[in-house]
Design a protein around this ligand. Sequence first.
Ligand code: TXA
Ligand code: MG
Length: 316
Amino acid sequence: MAEIGKDLTKAAELLKKGELVAIPTETVYGLAGNALDEEAVLKIFRVKNRPQFDPLIVHVAYLNQAYDLVGEIPSLAEELALRFWPGPLTLLLPKSNKIPDLVTSGSDKVAIRIPNHPLTLELLRKLPFPLAAPSANPFGYISPTRASHVNQQLGNKISYIIDGGECKVGLESTIIEVQEKQLTVYRWGGLSFEELEEVCPNIKVEINQSSNPQAPGMLKSHYAPKKPLLIGNIEELIKKHSTKEIGLIAFKTSYIGNTNEKILSPNGDLAEAARNLFAAMRELDEGSCEIILAEKFPDEFLGKAINDRLSRASLK
Ligand code: TXA
Ligand code: MG
């Protein structure tokens, strides 16, 4: 198993040697390596068992560090960065030659963000290079929101995990590209439609198209537990599967009232529900239920991203 701790000097030494370290962010834990070192980036793909056509997000400490890695930044992208970084926003920007093609799967655009976690920001400031970091889970499985989740699945493949506690957002970043005065959203995540709309009302959404060349990694089936997961009208689903041992993911209401039921936010707070979603999916996947049933969440704020993850988890 990997060592779990808060020794940033040790983490920085490992990263400088081309090794990988798991890092906490506000969204999910990442599996980080030197983004400018192809060998380190190759290790990331290998450890996750991730196909090389699925590009990686590059994490930086400051906006100036981002300027150094990209071509011209459209003014609307800069406005978004100034407003939402550090935070759960990933911007697709024209890449400079400094970024290896392997990081972007050959695309001329690089995905970049400043994560909002004090330990990871401090680590990034110690390093003379940015960090490429996908979520720290085997390809296709549920993203980790605790250090222990990373250790369970990747602990025998990496030596160090920085312990940053539970992730505050709990869902991956929202991925966006800017065209003049329009935004295109490729993945809903911790930054909501409503927050983006305050900056730019002209929002195009291009999600769930696995053939979409802008986001080759947005495969339909993803974030998936090993057990079957179904999303829909929860009362109908419960009736239909009454002969099985059911695991249940609900927003605020209790339906079956046993330990196989995960109510993500009894107060009906979508941010709290988002924070609890992945841990609940993991617990049910590890528990005794045969099938996981999930309620559809309100299609607003973080509910959009929750519904996206649940529906991808339901595809096999
Ligand atoms: O919150 C997050 O974004 C987390 C934390 C660790 O920062 N990272 C994360 O990475 O979710 P990952 O690898 O699990 O998802 C990254 C996705 C890819 O699957 C792809 O859809 C998109 O980001 N992406 C990355 N680079 C891209 C590029 N150059 N062009 C298009 N899409 C890209
Ligand atoms: Mg991922």
